[in-house]
Design a protein around this ligand. Structure first.
Ligand code: 5GP
Length: 185
């Protein structure tokens, strides 16, 4: 295990690592290379979904040596709970219009798909030149809405995960790896 990950675990003994930081960083670099090849002369606008995608977006964009820009939306999610309510609401909209632009939505996790399908519907109405999704994680077991995902970092089992942007009651977002809370289903 990476020495830094081991040091974190000493301070957070309730965690069990699911994807360590080296594996995470290597995959983010691969995704960046793939996106760079695919978009080439048409650099995308990266749209991060707050707050969970912040860390992923920050690393991903530095693995894309193209003149990309980024913007954020915020959508209501679980709050301090670990179960989805099915209620989705836009809390913060984009700063600029996306008409005619190549938009790549960057999401932390594709779980039921309710959040992404709501967001994609909203963005599609604004007629971007293209609209794709890059998600770090996907939990196929809990899928409710099937969506086309152009880029996916890892498929994970049906466990509640934290770290690398993902929280439990606003904690754990700063972990450099993806972990499960021991004792959580
Ligand atoms: P969906 O709408 O696909 O069910 O859920 C998407 C959102 O729910 C994610 O952006 C994330 O904020 C939250 N979420 C889903 N699964 C998890 C998880 O395992 N851990 C954490 N921390 N958040 C999750």
């Amino acid at each position: 295990m990476h020495a830094t990950d081991a040091a974190w675990l000493k301070r957070f003994p309730e965690l069990e690592i699911l994807i360590d930081s080296d594996t995470l960083q290597a995959r983010v670099r691969e995704l960046g290379e793939q996106i760079t090849r695919d978009y080439g002369a048409h650099p995308p606008l990266l749209v991060g979904v707050l707050k969970g995608s912040l860390v992923f977006l920050a690393d991903l964009m530095r693995a894309i040596p193209l003149p990309v820009s980024y913007d954020f939306v915020a959508i209501s999610s679980y709050g301090a709970e670990t179960q989805t309510t099915g209620q989705v609401r836009l809390i913060k909209d984009l700063d600029s219009p996306i008409h005619g632009r190549h938009v790549l939505v960057v999401e932390d996790i594709y779980d039921t798909g309710l959040t992404l399908s709501y967001l994609l519907g909203l963005l599609r109405q604004r007629e971007p030149a293209s609209l794709r999704v890059c998600t770090l994680l996907a939990k196929p077991a809990r899928r409710q809405v099937a969506l086309e995902i152009a880029y996916c970092g890892f498929e994970i089992p049906d466990r509640f995960v934290v770290g690398y942007g993902l929280d439990y009651g606003e904690r754990y977002r700063n972990l450099p790896f993806i972990a499960v809370l021991q004792g959580q289903p």
